[in-house]
Design a protein around this ligand. Structure first.
Ligand SMILES: NC(=O)c1ccc[n+]([C@@H]2O[C@H](COP(=O)([O-])OP(=O)(O)OC[C@H]3O[C@@H](n4cnc5c(N)ncnc54)[C@H](O)[C@@H]3O)[C@@H](O)[C@H]2O)c1
Length: 259
């Protein structure tokens, strides 16, 4: 049941990239804490399955197909949130792509643009279309998924690092512009989390097992993170518990960047 005493009870949340990994877990946890959740993704069957799981558990959810690089899709999705649930209070700009392990010298301009377009343009369009709706609802919270790789570099991930570093600064600029409208904007910086994005990249690599061990060893806690550990941070930022936080970088990385 949607809990009226939940940490985000009565709020309407839009989560992009909600068919998989962090987005799916975030949608489930927001719904469990009382939000009505609009899930969006390119991946229709998987997205509908996550929304149906939330409905079966007694939560409020609906799924819409959405490409975050399409401006017309954004207009449709935000209108749907307002029509169906009566407004928009929380936007989680989560959809993203890794771009695969790719050496800088073998990046084509097309590879570069694909990663920047989903990971950065997608967040910009989310702000541009979601912002006015959140302002119209009296304010709310935007959470942008950056990464530890928006704060520290990694070989083979130049476009991804560039996109996530840009999301960090886009977040701060938006936070300053929108504070007067009572819209908080924060970024979340996960370490390596056990999701299809990470398992897919490790599976595709020739030395996947070795890479996995190397990545784990860089987290002081000695393991990958679980999706729940990021979703909990996002629920905190979505809720009024974080009411004095805006423009901040919430690092959830098992100690990766502490060393
Ligand atoms: N898993 C990690 O270790 C990790 C670490 C730091 C940051 N992140 C970030 O967290 C976010 C979620 O990652 P994840 O690990 O859950 O990945 P994932 O691959 O499991 O899920 C990403 C989802 O985004 C969707 N998506 C991709 N392009 C899209 C587009 N153009 N429009 C709409 N949806 C699109 C995919 O269909 C997929 O369902 C990403 O922004 C990622 O960069 C992940």
């Amino acid at each position: 049941m949607a809990d009226q005493k939940g940490r985000v009870a009565g709020k309407v949340a839009l989560v992009t990239g909600a068919a998989s990994g962090l987005g799916a877990e975030t949608a489930r946890r927001l719904a469990r804490e009382g939000a009505s959740v609009l899930l969006t993704d390119l991946s229709v069957d998987a997205g509908e399955a996550v929304a149906n799981g939330i409905l079966d558990a007694g939560g409020q959810a609906t799924f819409i197909a959405h490409d975050v690089v399409s401006e017309s899709d954004w207009a449709r999705v935000v209108a749907e949130a307002v029509d169906r649930f009566g407004g928009l209070h929380v936007l989680v700009n989560n959809a993203g792509v890794s771009g695969g392990p790719l050496e800088l010298m073998s990046h084509t301009l097309e590879d570069w643009r694909r990663v920047l377009s989903v990971n950065l343009d997608g967040v910009f369009l989310g702000l541009r279309h979601g912002g006015p709706a959140i302002a119209a609802a009296g304010g709310g919270s935007v959470i942008n998924l950056s990464s530890i790789l928006g704060k520290v570099g990694m070989p083979g991930a130049a476009a991804y690092c560039a996109s996530k570093g840009a999301v960090l600064m886009l977040t701060k600029a938006a936070a300053l512009e929108w504070a007067a409208a009572n819209i908080r904007v924060n970024s979340v910086h996960p370490g390596f989390i056990d999701t299809p994005m990470v398992s897919g990249a490790l599976h595709a690599a020739e030395n996947g097992n070795e890479m996995r061990a190397m990545i784990i060893s860089r987290h002081a806690l000695g393991r990958l993170g679980a999706p729940r550990e990021i979703a909990d941070a996002i629920v905190f930022l979505a809720s009024d518990e974080s009411s004095f936080m805006t423009g901040s970088e919430l690092v959830v990385d098992g100690g990766y960047t502490a060393q």
